[in-house]
Design a protein around this ligand. Structure first.
Ligand code: NAP
Length: 305
């Protein structure tokens, strides 16, 4: 059966597109490989999404988005997309559960955490190496942990980790943070957080779990080992665009390039949220993207009929 709209990815952009698509009367199906919510769903507390003056847990907010999409008749299916064939009027999406077809597709697959690619990182993943403070923070009660990175994610997650850990070291390769000022101020004011500036982690060392980091001071070119119980890596993201056929225009980082109406280089195919080439990756901007992409899909379909 051919749908009007297939949305790939169930984070804030995809779920918003599902709300708009289904409410706009399109036969809408959203394919998500895991639990809806994406990276936002793993965020302990979202403080800058309007409408929730006390903040709201990422998971709770995303569950509300999904409920709203379903209320309007969007189908949400657990399927992992393996391949797409997007050119032509009928778009094909091949998943581990079979093939789906539609006249429009919105790609909202988001991004994943970038890894350091250093010795020990893969080996100790889940054994002290983590990319999710909300998921793994409680395992580090009274422990000493490192957070690598200097952006909003690193600082926000470091602050969250102070609820559990006795000591949190932010290890940053420069001597100034990229994170917004309000987060910087909170980190500087938190007695559990200290910084290693101009420093990079070269190796993660352990036996059955992490117990040391090899840290290089890049200014004076010295390397030392220091005891740590865990390391959280927040050094930015990479787009989940690997399954996309080559004809779709991507930027140098692999993010999907779109026009103002969020249409990609293939007619009828739109991109929304963190997988799209843009500045300011926020839940609120992903929501805006999802709405624009769905309305553009609607208009595209109206012009076809
Ligand atoms: P980001 O802003 O790209 O920051 C990545 C950080 O990691 C930078 O400080 C960078 O250092 C460092 N880094 C990159 N590669 C590295 C490497 N190989 N080794 C060591 N350090 C490395 O990423 P992000 O913090 O994940 O944020 C992504 C987007 O989400 C941003 O737009 C951000 O504003 C947004 N976000 C917003 C919130 C919020 O509003 N509360 C929360 C989380 C994320 P340099 O500074 O030297 O480049």
């Amino acid at each position: 059966m051919e749908h009007d709209l297939i949305i790939i990815g169930g984070g804030p952009a995809g779920l918003t597109a599902a709300i708009y698509g289904a409410r706009g009367g399109l036969d809408t199906i959203l394919l998500e490989k895991g639990v809806p919510g994406g990276q936002a769903g793993q965020t302990h507390m979202i403080e800058n999404y309007p409408g929730f003056p006390e903040g709201i847990s990422g998971m709770e907010l995303m569950m509300k988005f999904a409920e709203q999409a379903k209320n309007y008749g969007a189908k949400i299916e657990t399927s992992e997309v393996q391949k797409v064939a997007l050119k032509g009027q009928t778009k094909k999406v091949i998943t581990n559960n079979g093939e789906y077809t539609a006249r429009t597709v919105i790609i909202a697959t988001g991004a994943h955490w970038r890894s350091l690619n250093i010795p020990g990182e893969k080996e100790f993943y889940g054994k002290g190496v983590s990319y999710c403070a909300t998921c793994d923070g409680p395992f580090f009660r009274d422990k000493k942990v490192a957070v690598v990175g200097g952006g909003d994610s690193a600082v926000e997650e470091a602050l969250f980790l102070t609820r559990f850990a006795r000591e949190v070291k932010i290890i940053h390769r420069r001597d100034t943070l990229r994170a917004i000022k309000v987060l910087q101020d909170r980190a500087h004011d938190n007695p559990k957080i200290t910084f290693y500036w101009n420093s990079v982690v070269e190796e993660i060392i352990g036996t059955d779990k992490v117990n040391k980091l090899k840290i290089k001071d890049v200014k004076n070119d010295t390397t030392r080992e220091e005891d740590f119980d865990g390391v959280f890596v927040f050094i930015g993201t990479e787009p989940n665009s690997q399954f996309i056929e080559e004809d779709l225009t991507l930027d140098a980082g692999g993010y999907i390039v779109t026009r103002g109406n969020l249409e990609t280089s293939i007619p009828g195919v739109f991109a929304a949220g963190d997988v799209r080439s843009k500045d300011y990756k926020q839940v609120s901007t992903a929501v805006g993207d999802g709405a624009v992409a769905a309305m553009s899909a609607e208009r595209y379909l109206a012009n076809l009929d």
